[in-house]
Design a protein around this ligand. Structure first.
Ligand code: NAP
Length: 489
């Protein structure tokens, strides 16, 4: 086994790369970033489907310490986001720290040595003083087990594993799901397919998307006028932050969204029969609110069918619904989402006294401030439980977390500590507070979504303002942790 690293980070998406940059800036050079794939980028590497873009404005979708003024559009396309992240990693010297093709299978905390031992799928073991899981919440695609899938004779794949060799032009395509991924895919595929069938289980709220290309002079101004970029970013942040009120405090404010959705839908869907089938049966905001100007128009095309009957099985030639109808397809796209409540699964993370994290989290994941878990010293999560948003940029949340994790890593060094472990009472109080506050939010208002466990407990979302999260994570409170001194320290 090689000498222990200061920090090992699992995952090279926005969380992993951003933390690595901040650690290097703070003088922690001995870092390894373990990445199971052959490229960095996390969700922005995985989701290459046609139309992939972010639904948070470009101005917010960059690290505050690495501004980007030359986005092509108001909402950033996937390829530009990925290029940006690669450029950040290159500029800050992170590339040599990343070990690609290295999947972590298991990690164990060695209490005596104060070290994490990390096994990889390559058969080697690394050790580190601090282990950070930066795997995110949306990295494990789910294809629902619909009977008959194996017998399908065409091509099928998940939206996050897009098969770019699959021929779509003129073919019969089925898309299962109508979430954030599907509403971006449907318009693109509708233009190319001979026939497209969209299988909708729940109708989403889709509102207008104020997107357009940036003009050359706008980009020039953003680049050259001092303070303009920061001002623009602050303005968009404030506008988006205000939307939290509807999600977390005043669900009645969602009426504004419903009105905006209805106007948008009525403007774009003239057929009353189709309109009726596009009316969601749950409160707005309970699932993610989607933005698109071309989703509804795509559904009105003559080569597109919206099917709302339950899917009964996949047949060799397509999809059969509960009304007995066969919907022939050459290609099936599963835009069916991700396994989101595991957070670290399928990795096995074993802390003190043989505690296994997936076991501890059987009833729902819990980490103090979404980052640190009792029984798992010197282990941190980025974008962990209770830190997803419905209203603003996750990069802002991640930057709050970088600061907090850095605070802990710095303390370990400065006070010569073997480890820091969050107190169980502190963690439990945080969990109780989250549960109580989440019960008052729109996410707990009677729908199913990827924000909740199978038992209906919302564990993914932060029930507050992002600036409140930043305040809560400003610096790790020493009173919240048990600290073990290093031998001889
Ligand atoms: P998702 O929101 O979980 O949507 C999955 C869709 O598949 C839902 O419509 C779901 O229906 C449907 N579905 C699942 N199982 C099914 C089954 N057995 N039969 C029929 N339909 C089934 O997944 P996603 O669209 O990939 O989006 C996930 C998250 O990724 C988003 O909420 C967002 O946070 C992120 N994302 C963001 C962007 C962006 O622009 N920033 C783009 C894409 C994704 P039900 O609703 O009935 O369960």
């Amino acid at each position: 086994m090689s000498a222990p690293h200061d920090v090992v980070i699992i995952g090279s998406g926005f969380g992993g790369i951003g933390l690595a940059i901040r650690l290097v800036q703070e003088g922690f050079g001995d870092i390894a970033v373990l990445e199971k794939a052959d490229d960095l980028g996390g969700t922005w590497r995985d989701n290459t489907y046609p139309g992939a873009a972010c639904d948070i404005p470009s101005l917010l979708y960059s690290f505050s310490f690495e501004p980007k003024t030359d986005w092509s559009r108001r909402f950033p396309p996937q390829a530009e986001i990925l290029d940006y992240l690669r450029a950040c990693a290159r500029k800050h010297g992170i590339m040599p720290l990343i070990r690609f093709g290295t999947e972590v299978t298991e990690a164990r905390f060695d209490e005596d040595a104060g070290l994490w031992h990390i096994d990889t799928g390559r058969g080697d073991t690394l050790s580190a003083r601090v282990l950070v899981s930066a795997c995110g919440q949306l990295n494990r695609p789910v294809v629902p087990p619909i009977p008959g899938q194996d017998a399908f004779t065409g091509t099928s794949f998940h939206s996050a594993r897009w098969d770019h060799d699959a021929e779509l032009d003129g073919r019969r395509v089925a898309i299962i799901g109508t979430g954030a991924s599907a509403v971006q895919i449907v318009p693109e595929v509708a233009r190319r397919a001979g026939h497209l069938t969209v299988f909708q289980r729940s109708a989403p709220y889709v509102i207008d998307k104020p997107d357009r290309p940036y003009r050359a002079w706008e980009r020039a101004l953003l680049r050259t006028v001092p303070g303009l970029y920061a001002l623009g970013r602050a303005r968009v942040y404030a506008v988006y932050e205000a939307r939290a009120l509807g999600f977390i405090r005043y669900p009645a404010m969602m009426k504004l969204i419903v009105r905006r959705w209805r106007t948008h839908m009525h403007r774009q869907i003239p057929d009353p029969g189709l309109r009726r089938r596009l009316v969601p049966d749950y409160p707005a905001g309970c699932k993610r609110i989607l933005i698109s100007d071309d989703y509804y128009p795509a559904l009105t095309r003559p080569n597109v069918d919206l099917v709302t009957e339950r899917i009964e099985r996949i047949t060799p030639d397509g999809v059969r619904t509960a009304d007995g109808r066969e919907h022939p397809a050459d290609v099936i796209v599963y835009a069916t989402g991700f396994a989101t409540s595991g957070f670290v699964a399928p990795m096995k993370i074993t802390g003190r006294d043989g505690r296994e994290l997936n076991e501890e989290w059987r009833e729902g994941a819990l980490a103090h401030l979404g980052m640190t878990v009792h029984g798992f010293p010197n282990f941190f999560l980025l974008y962990g439980p209770y830190t997803n948003l419905g209203h603003n940029s996750i990069i802002y949340m991640l930057e709050s977390q970088f600061r907090y994790v850095l605070g802990c890593v710095r303390r370990l060094r400065e006070e010569n500590l073997a480890w820091l472990e969050v107190r169980s009472d502190v963690q439990d109080a945080f969990g109780r507070e989250m549960d109580a506050r989440l019960r008052a939010t729109v996410w707990d208002s009677g729908c199913t979504s990827w924000y909740m466990t199978e038992n209906g407990k919302v564990v993914n979302n932060w029930p507050g303002f992002t600036f409140a999260y930043r305040r809560a994570t400003r610096r790790p409170d020493p009173a919240h942790f048990h600290a073990r001194r290093a031998a001889g320290g």
